[in-house]
Structures are given as structure tokens and as C-alpha cells.
Design a binder for this molecule. Structure first.
Ligand SMILES: [Zn+2]
Length: 314
């Protein structure tokens, strides 16, 4: 019995899949699609406590990724996008009460121009005492819809105002709407950020790319237990590399562990299908029309052990 228990514990903690979550608004029921009520937040925090999850600074996970070291699977990091006022007024007191670190991502224009519903620079300086602050662009555009010159201009302006008001240069960047492609990733990287975070559900492991870190959205009555089940399927994506010009997804090609004989494949709007894998190669002909301008292709051994490719129409 003892041996079985030992094996179970070993199994649970040797997978090394950590999780990074993203919140938006707190206790703000006017915006239900991005809101987490304080009751829900408390339930999630209690879940972490009760089940031995350790809420660590985001930087601790990123450092493990950089050093390619195993990340304890009970590590969790919490991020907050957009710097809404409701984090300062409603969310922050609870983070302080639990002594949970966090990273907040600032939509610079909203703060600079005093948009209603957003924090002020003063409030951000106060927030900075308890967590770290990163960049979430100046104008919060859909980055695929602006030119590369505009993206560079947006980022420069954001960095200038960030440094002027907060006194330091941010280490990390978060894409508005979680939308990006290789060109955008390369441009953002060229500014010297030490990490870039997306918004694709999945875990973070020592094999993650520090410039493409998964984050799982938490909104409303999310089942936190389910979200913590996400694991990473290690694989190399070969095709597709980007959104097909004619919108037809002809096939999916990827390399996986040769021990894997079958997988599940998901395409947004087309659901899941079972596919066969031969000698570690996924080579699935699809010829399906992508239904959305923002589509995800997911390969997984089940719906939780996955790798995701996000395709966005340019
Ligand atoms: Zn945002």
C-alpha cells in the first residue's frame, strides 16, 4: 500500500506541468464575459490552498523554463490583463489577504488617457508593491490588423510611457486578445522582452518556449480543477505554419513521440476527430474550410494533454 501511494505521489509530481492563469475583471458583474466575482476568486484561492498548489511569482516559472529545469507541477502563477480598475478596488485586497503574487499587464493608452474603468498610474505604482507589471501594448489593437511599422510605433510609445511613469522597463509582454503570428512574435522579441505570454489553454513545462508561454483564462464559474488538468503534449508542428491564404486547411503535419499510435485532432468549428500516428509522424489530410478568422488546431492524447497552434487570418 505504501509503495502504491509512493508511486502515485511520484506520478503526480513528476509530470512537471505548471499552470499560468489569466484574469481580467473582478467583482464587476456589468461585464460578465471577463469578470470573476470575489466569491469565485475566493473559491479558487481556497482550492489552491487546500490542494497544496503553490502560487509563485510568474518569474519563478519563467526562470525554470529558461534553465530547462523541471517545474514542480503544483506551481501556479496568476496574471491579470488590461489593468482594469476593478483589480485595484476589488481583486487586490484578496490577493493581499492570501499573500499571492501576481503579474498585471497594462493597456497603456487606457491609463495614460484616464479611460473610465482603468487604473491610474498612481494606482499601478501602489499595485507594484505586491506584484510585477508587464506590457500589454499601447493601443490594444488586433496586432494582425496593423502593419509592422505601426506595431513598432505602438510598442515604442508604450515602453516610453511605461518607463516614464513606473520607472523601469517591463520584462514581459502580453499580446492583446492573445493574437499573434510569427512576424508579430519576432517584432515583439526584437524589443528585448525576456518573455512573451499568449492566451492558449495549456500547461507550461521546461520544454515551453519562453516567447510563447501558455496562459489559461479564468472567467466566471470556471472549474479550476479541470483547468489544472492541462498538460503539454511534446511535439514539433510542421504544417500549417500560418492561416492558409484560401482559408482551406489541407493537412496537419507534426512529429510526436514514436510511442504514440493515435491522437485526437481539433479544429475550431469542426470539433475533435481521432487520427492515427505512424512512426511518430502525424500526417492528416483534412481539406476543410476554416470557419473562423481565428482558429485553433489542437493535437492531444486526450482533451487535456495537448499542443495548440493558433491561426489568425491576416
Ligand atoms: Zn487585453
Amino acid at each position: 500500500m505504501k509503495k502504491l501511494l509512493f508511486l502515485l505521489v511520484l506520478y503526480t509530481y513528476s509530470l512537471s506541468d505548471s499552470h499560468i492563469f489569466v484574469y481580467h475583471r473582478f467583482g464587476d458583474s456589468k461585464h460578465s464575459s471577463t469578470n470573476t466575482s470575489l466569491e469565485q476568486l475566493k473559491t479558487q484561492f481556497e482550492y489552491f490552498k487546500k490542494h497544496n498548489y503553490k502560487v509563485v511569482p510568474l518569474e519563478d516559472i519563467l526562470n525554470k523554463v529558461r534553465k530547462k529545469e523541471d517545474i514542480p507541477s503544483n506551481w501556479v502563477a496568476l496574471t491579470i490583463d488590461d489593468s482594469f480598475k476593478s483589480f485595484y478596488t476589488n481583486g487586490l485586497p484578496l490577493f493581499k489577504k492570501y499573500n499571492y503574487p501576481f503579474s498585471i499587464y497594462v493597456y497603456i493608452e487606457a491609463v495614460q488617457r484616464n479611460f473610465k474603468d482603468f487604473t491610474s498610474w498612481d494606482e499601478l505604482r501602489e499595485i507594484n508593491k505586491y506584484g510585477t507589471i508587464g506590457l500589454h501594448s499601447y493601443a490594444h489593437d488586433h496586432l494582425l490588423k496593423i502593419s509592422n511599422d505601426e506595431l513598432i510605433k505602438d510598442t515604442k510609445k508604450a515602453l516610453e510611457l511605461f518607463e516614464k511613469n513606473l520607472g523601469f522597463i517591463p520584462d514581459t509582454y502580453v499580446y492583446p486578445y492573445g493574437e499573434y503570428n510569427q512576424r508579430i512574435e519576432d517584432t515583439i522579441k526584437s524589443f528585448g522582452f525576456k518573455a512573451v505570454l499568449n492566451q492558449s489553454s495549456g500547461s507550461v513545462t521546461k520544454y515551453s518556449d519562453v516567447y510563447d508561454i501558455n496562459r489559461i483564462a479564468l472567467v466566471g464559474n470556471t472549474n479550476i480543477k479541470h483547468k489544472l488538468r492541462y498538460k503539454t503534449l511534446r511535439m514539433d508542428w510542421i504544417e500549417p505554419k500560418s492561416y492558409p491564404k484560401d482559408g482551406i486547411l489541407t493537412k496537419v503535419v507534426a512529429k510526436v513521440d514514436p510511442k504514440i499510435k493515435k491522437l485526437k485532432l481539433y479544429v475550431t468549428g469542426h470539433g475533435w476527430r481521432d487520427i492515427k500516428v505512424k512512426n511518430g509522424l502525424v500526417n492528416e489530410t483534412l481539406n476543410v474550410k476554416l470557419k473562423r478568422t481565428r482558429s485553433r488546431i489542437i493535437l492531444g492524447t486526450d482533451v487535456f494533454t495537448i499542443s495548440t497552434k493558433l491561426l489568425i487570418k491576416n
